[in-house]
Design a binder for this molecule. Structure first.
Ligand code: HEC
Ligand code: HEC
Ligand code: HEC
Ligand code: HEC
Ligand code: HEC
Length: 221
């Protein structure tokens, strides 16, 4: 390497380092927002979900430069970690969740979890996509295809709904977490239609109503 190349190399390194330093400063976090928030999250600060990543800024810059220049296989979390289920549960703790994450670590759910990532909040709730739920309306099938409801109170019994694979009706009567303070309808004609449910899973209004058994932290009960 001649001196000119060396100087150019050092210049490039310092330039990149400065750029990355600017990128991690909290003042610039807002500009890094990759997309619209989940409805209800608009007012949260970035750091209520993204905690600072381990390692000093210099270590992170070195590791990421190594990645950019091909000496490292993967980039390291830059400045802030990608949130996980624990970050969500800090504000959304529900001791009586109808579908708690930990249940689905059991071996009998191995197949189902391949289809529906029920062991992590992010399996169904991507962030920065402007939607409440990123999964489809029919994922109940992965676990309830052998469903039998004793003394079934529904006019079209579950046995028939399941046999006819009418999976898009389930969310019309049941919410997933059981956190809405309500009872499931008993007549199929009263179920919310699939358009209404799709709209809620996206960013539309909530057909199940406002009352919650466990309000999110930061929200008035
Ligand atoms: C409610 C929690 C939450 C808040 C608040 C939040 N984020 Fe995120 N962010 C996430 C999650 C979860 C992901 C991972 C995306 C995915 O896989 O669904 C993510 C991903 C990202 C990424 C992609 C890199 C990575 O770490 O995966 C960036 C950049 C980012 N967020 C920046 C921001 C900024 C800037 C703000 C504030 C304006 C912010 N986020 C607020 C939850 C949040
Ligand atoms: C700092 C507290 C906080 C954190 C952390 C947080 N949330 Fe929220 N979340 C809220 C609040 C407050 C609302 C608004 C509740 C409302 O309007 O009913 C909300 C709303 C939501 C909604 C929409 C609910 C609705 O009724 O419209 C979903 C889905 C959600 N959060 C999932 C998540 C997931 C997944 C994570 C982790 C990536 C997460 N939240 C992290 C506080 C938080
Ligand atoms: C297998 C998919 C799935 C997983 C995993 C999942 N959710 Fe949900 N979640 C849904 C669906 C579907 C809805 C919409 C129906 C409803 O309101 O319950 C929902 C609704 C919500 C809501 C709004 C209604 C309410 O309960 O207050 C919040 C908040 C929420 N989820 C948070 C979480 C958090 C936090 C986790 C992880 C601990 C999580 N979810 C894991 C599918 C999932
Ligand atoms: C990953 C597996 C899995 C998925 C996906 C799943 N469930 Fe469940 N569900 C369960 C298990 C396990 C139970 C507990 C049954 C038991 O205790 O015998 C349960 C219980 C329930 C209950 C009874 C709740 C209570 O508190 O008594 C309802 C209602 C329900 N599920 C509806 C749904 C609906 C609607 C969907 C789709 C939106 C769905 N489930 C998706 C595994 C799943
Ligand atoms: C017309 C409304 C309606 C529809 C549609 C519906 N359910 Fe139900 N479901 C009920 C009612 C009412 C009960 C009994 C009360 C309760 O557990 O909430 C019930 C009970 C359940 C239970 C609890 C069973 C037990 O033994 O405790 C599960 C699990 C369940 N439903 C899953 C589903 C699935 C999966 C679908 C989609 C195929 C579905 N339901 C469709 C209204 C409905």
């Amino acid at each position: 390497m001649n001196t000119k190349t060396k100087i150019a190399g050092i210049g490039l390194f310092l330039g990149l380092a400065a750029l990355l330093l600017v990128a991690v400063s909290p003042l610039h976090l807002q500009a890094l927002n990759p997309g619209p928030m989940t409805p209800g999250h608009e007012a949260l600060s970035c750091t209520s979900c993204h905690t600072e990543a381990p390692g000093t800024a210099r270590q992170q810059i070195q590791a990421n430069l190594a990645y950019l220049t091909g000496f490292r296989k993967a980039p390291v979390a830059f400045g802030y970690e990608t949130p996980d289920s624990n970050d969500c549960s800090a504000c959304h703790a529900r001791p009586d969740d109808a579908h708690p994450l930990h249940r689905f670590a059991e071996p009998r759910f191995v197949e189902a979890v391949r289809v529906v990532r029920a062991t992590t909040c992010l399996g169904c709730h991507r962030e920065h996509q402007g939607t409440r739920v990123s999964s489809n309306t029919e994922f109940c099938a992965a676990c309830h295809d052998d469903l039998v409801v004793k003394n079934d109170p529904v006019d079209i019994p579950h046995r028939i709904l399941v046999a006819e694979e009418r999976w898009s009706t389930c969310l019309g009567c049941h919410d997933y977490h059981g956190n809405h303070a309500r009872e499931a309808q008993k007549r199929l004609a009263d179920a919310f239609d699939v358009q209404t449910i799709r709209s809620y899973l996206s960013d539309g209004s909530d057909p199940y109503g406002k009352a919650r058994r466990h309000p999110a932290k930061g929200e008035r009960p």
